[in-house]
Design a protein around this ligand. Structure first.
Ligand code: AMP
Ligand code: GLY
Length: 414
C-alpha cells in the first residue's frame, strides 16, 4: 500500500487524511487528538523517518519555509510547491507583481511601507477600502471597510507592527471589488493544470457576511452559479497565464493552486492565490473526491496528472469556533455530543466531524484548543440535503460560547 504522510494539524488535514485512508496507509504529522481518535495514525516525528511514498503538505507555512524543496532534495515525492512557488501566497506584494507580469485580471493596487505615503494614497481611493498585510496572517490580515477613518487607523496599526508584527510592515492598498466569491482549486503538475469542483468559503464571522474576517466559517461545493463554461473562461484568463509566468520564472509548481476569485459583472478577478488546499474548502472537496483523491494528488506530485472524474453530489461544512473567535479564542471548554472516536455521538447520514482545534483533557474528554474547533461536513446528493445534514449534525454538538454561522449555503439552496 502507498505510504502517505499528511503534514499539518487541523481539520483540512483531517479531511485529506480521511479521504486518503481509503486507498493508502496514512500518517498525519503531527495531527491532533481528533484525527488520532478517528483511527488515523498521528506522529510528531521527522517526516523522512516514516519513509513515505508521498508527502502531502497541508498548511502554507511549511511550504513558504521550503519544506517541499528539502524533501525533494532527499528524493521524497511531494504534493506542494517549493519555496519559490509558495511566494505566490507568502507575499501579497510579490503576488501583485507576478499578476501584473502574467497579465492576470486583479484589483488595482499599490504597495507601501511608509505611513505618510500610504495615508496620502488612501485619500485618493474611493470606498470600499481594502487594506492587506504583506505577509502570512492566517487569512486575518485583510480589512475591507467603507469607513475612511477605520481604514486610516488600520493602515497605521499595520505599518507600526501593532497588528501583525513583521508581516504587516508592508501594506497593500487595493480597489474594492464587487460580486460573489468563488474558490477554484486547480491541480498543477508543473506542466498541466486541471480544476477541481468549484467551492465557496464564508470568511466573515457573522451571519449575512458581517463582522471580522476569519480563517473561514463554512464552505460548500460545488458552487451552482458558476457554470462549466465560466470555469473554462477562468482557466483561460487566470490560470493559463499564471502557468506561463511560473514557467518563465523557472518554477516547477506541483501541488494545488487555489484561486480566490471575485466574480462580478466584468468577469472573474483574482483576489489571491493560495498554494495549498483551502480550509474549510478541503473539508468539502476531500469527502467528495473520496477514494479518488490519492491518485489525483500522487499523479500531480509525479508530474503526470490524471484528469479527475467529476464527483457527483454536493457537500457543505459548518465550522464550530471557540468563544472569542477570531480575536481571542478561549481554550478548555468541554465539547458535548462526540463519541470516543471524536465523531458524532448520534450519527447523521453522510456526516463526518473534522477536528481543527481540539485536545483531550485529563478525563479523556474533548475540549476546545484553538480558534476553529470542529468542521461538521456533510455529503449528499444535493446541496440542499447536504446543508440540512450538516446543520442537523451541528445541532447535536455543543460547548460553552460556541460560535457558528447559521447561514452557510443558505442563499444557494433557497
Ligand atoms: P484575501 O486574503 O486576499 O483573500 O482576502 C480575504 C477576503 O477579503 C477575501 O476573501 C474577500 O472577502 C475580501 N477581499 C480581499 N480583497 C478584496 C477586494 N479587492 N475587494 C473586495 N473584497 C476583498
Ligand atoms: N478558506 C480560506 C483559506 O484557506 O485561506
Amino acid at each position: 500500500m502507498t505510504r502517505v504522510v499528511v503534514v499539518g494539524a487541523g481539520a483540512r488535514e483531517h479531511a485529506l487524511a480521511r479521504a486518503l485512508t481509503a486507498s493508502a496507509e496514512v500518517t498525519v504529522v503531527p495531527g491532533n487528538a481528533g484525527i488520532a481518535a478517528h483511527g488515523i495514525a498521528c506522529a510528531d516525528v521527522e517526516i523522512a523517518s516514516l519513509h513515505p511514498d508521498l508527502v502531502v503538505v497541508g498548511p502554507e507555512e511549511p511550504l513558504v519555509r521550503g519544506l517541499a524543496d528539502e524533501l525533494r532534495a532527499r528524493g521524497v515525492r511531494v504534493f506542494g510547491p517549493g519555496a519559490e512557488g509558495a511566494r505566490l501566497e507568502g507575499s501579497k506584494a510579490y503576488l501583485k507583481d507576478f499578476l501584473d507580469a502574467a497579465g492576470v485580471p486583479t484589483a488595482a493596487y499599490a504597495t507601501f511601507s511608509h505611513e505618510a505615503d500610504a495615508l496620502a494614497y488612501l485619500e485618493t481611493m474611493s470606498a470600499p477600502y481594502v487594506i492587506k498585510t504583506d505577509g502570512l496572517a492566517a487569512g486575518k490580515g485583510v480589512l475591507v471597510t467603507s469607513d475612511l477613518e477605520v481604514a486610516r487607523r488600520d493602515v497605521v496599526a499595520k505599518l507600526r507592527g501593532d497588528a501583525f508584527g513583521a508581516a504587516g510592515s508592508t501594506v497593500v492598498l487595493e480597489e474594492g471589488l464587487e460580486g460573489f466569491e468563488c474558490s477554484l482549486h486547480v491541480l498543477c503538475d508543473g506542466t498541466r493544470a486541471v480544476p477541481l469542483l468549484t467551492a465557496q468559503d464564508f470568511k466573515r464571522v457573522g451571519d449575512g457576511d458581517v463582522g471580522a474576517n476569519t480563517g473561514g466559517m463554512g464552505a460548500l461545493a460545488p458552487l451552482p452559479v458558476v457554470s462549466d463554461e465560466d470555469v473554462r473562461v477562468i482557466m483561460r484568463e487566470v490560470i493559463e497565464p499564471t502557468l506561463v509566468e511560473l514557467r518563465r520564472r523557472g518554477i516547477d509548481f506541483r501541488g494545488v493552486l487555489y484561486a480566490g476569485l471575485m466574480v462580478g459583472p466584468g468577469g472573474a478577478k483574482l483576489l489571491e492565490y493560495n498554494v495549498r488546499f483551502g480550509d474549510p474548502e478541503a473539508e468539502v472537496l476531500a469527502p467528495l473526491y473520496g477514494a479518488g483523491l490519492l491518485e489525483l494528488l500522487d499523479s500531480t506530485a509525479r508530474g503526470n496528472l490524471v484528469v479527475p472524474a467529476v464527483p457527483s453530489g454536493a457537500a457543505v461544512t459548518v465550522v464550530l469556533a471557540a468563544y472569542g473567535y477570531p480575536h481571542a479564542p478561549r481554550r478548555g471548554d468541554v465539547i458535548f455530543g462526540l463519541g470516543a472516536d471524536g465523531q458524532l455521538a448520534t450519527p447523521v447520514e453522510g456526516v463526518s466531524v473534522f477536528h481543527a482545534g481540539t485536545a483531550r483533557d485529563e478525563h479523556g474528554r474533548f475540549v476546545t484548543a484553538g480558534g476553529r474547533v470542529l468542521a461538521i461536513s456533510a455529503v449528499a446528493p444535493s446541496l440542499e440535503v447536504a446543508r440540512a445534514r450538516a446543520y442537523a449534525a451541528a445541532g447535536t454538538v455543543s460547548f460553552e460560547g460556541m460560535v457558528m454561522r447559521s447561514d452557510i449555503a443558505r442563499k444557494v439552496v433557497s
